[in-house]
Write a new protein. Structure first.
Length: 123
């Protein structure tokens, strides 16, 4: 969105969690308008126009925690999914955790963190 601020641009996201079937995602014009309206009313930023927009699908599992680890039924299948709500904030730590699992002899962590993220918890 083009704004009246000196940098001239604002990156914003509604961060909504509308359930959707897998598909090619695209930004909804009404979502962009609602976000621009909210930005103007809840901040001091004046939105002049929306210059570029994009959309993506986020994945969630029932407990809303990420899924990180090897699948026990499919050899060599590593899962790193379900980061829907906080993926960008968790990415650095999940990357380190993934490296730990992929380079360990067992491919499993039995500590509380490992158990909380394990794909087996969903079975």
């Amino acid at each position: 969105m083009r704004t009246g601020n000196p940098a001239g641009k604002l990156l914003a996201s509604p961060g909504e969690t509308t359930p959707t079937e897998p598909q090619i995602a695209w930004p909804d014009d009404m979502d962009i308008a609602v976000l621009a309206n909210w930005s103007e009313h809840e901040t001091t930023i004046k939105v002049v126009k929306s210059g570029h927009s994009w959309a993506g699908l986020r994945s969630f599992v029932p407990d809303a925690a990420p899924v990180v680890g090897f699948d026990t039924d499919v050899p060599d299948l590593f899962c790193l999914a379900g980061q829907g709500g906080c993926g960008s904030m968790m990415a650095p730590e999940l990357a380190k955790f993934t490296v730990d699992l992929c380079t360990s002899a067992s491919g499993v962590r039995t500590d509380l963190f490992g158990q909380a993220l394990s794909p087996q918890r969903l079975l």
